[in-house]
Design a protein around this ligand. Structure first.
Ligand code: PAN
Ligand code: ZN
Length: 191
């Protein structure tokens, strides 16, 4: 038996970062082009191409059954035409793979959607352990004034299907109304 060597990575609970991450991915507005409901507001912001979020990957564990990977995501505060900064969102390429999120810093929403377009929203604050069941697409949204960060642990072979979300969007979006987050239907949702 070729045993894998155990290891530990430290999560910074104040920042929501993984300082010794094996990879850090940056997602800017250009990477989310076409995903915000207000196309004009998105186009107006595009020249400055703001940083929306970073993903700190703790591992590059092999993408095979039985292995796990874990990471943190830090979403910066801001809106595009009143719609809060958010992740691209995805289904798992292997749809039956679940995932666990744990809120670390700030306040966010986890919005989930079935392939049939059913929506579910979970509020995430530090300590909230939110379960993403098999088959639900998922996106996180920073609805606070500061950074929103969470930890994620998922089967290493889950993979990412970004294409479905890029095509249809989520049926609901989260916008700022009178300074408060509000879940409203997405005018650009294509089923
Ligand atoms: C998370 C996400 C991370 C970034 O680790 O990948 O928060 O979101 P996007 O992948 O949608 O850009 C996860 O759900 N992994 O499966
Ligand atoms: Zn996922």
């Amino acid at each position: 038996m070729d045993y894998m060597t155990p290891f530990t990575r430290r999560v910074n609970f104040d920042e929501g970062t993984i300082p010794d991450a094996v990879a850090v991915q940056e997602r800017r507005l250009a990477d989310l082009q076409g995903m915000f409901a207000d196309a004009a507001a998105e186009a107006a912001l595009l020249p400055t191409n703001p940083l929306i979020y970073r993903v700190y990957e703790a591992t590059q564990n092999p993408a095979i059954p039985g292995q796990l990977r874990y990471s943190t995501t830090v979403i910066y505060p801001g809106t595009v035409g009143g719609e809060y900064f958010m992740t691209k969102g995805h289904y798992h390429a292997q749809g039956d793979r679940a995932e666990l999120y744990l809120g670390l810093v700030g306040e966010g929403y986890l919005i989930l959607q079935t392939p049939e377009g059913e929506i579910n929203v979970q509020r995430m604050t530090p300590g909230a352990a939110a379960y993403v069941p098999p088959y639900w697409g998922h996106r996180t949204i920073n609805v606070g004034k500061g950074n929103f960060a969470f930890f994620a642990c998922y089967p290493a072979d889950a993979g990412y299907d970004y294409g479905s979300i890029a095509q249809t969007g989520f049926a609901s979006i989260v916008v700022e109304r009178d300074g408060q987050p509000q879940v409203v239907s997405n005018p650009r949702f294509r089923k």
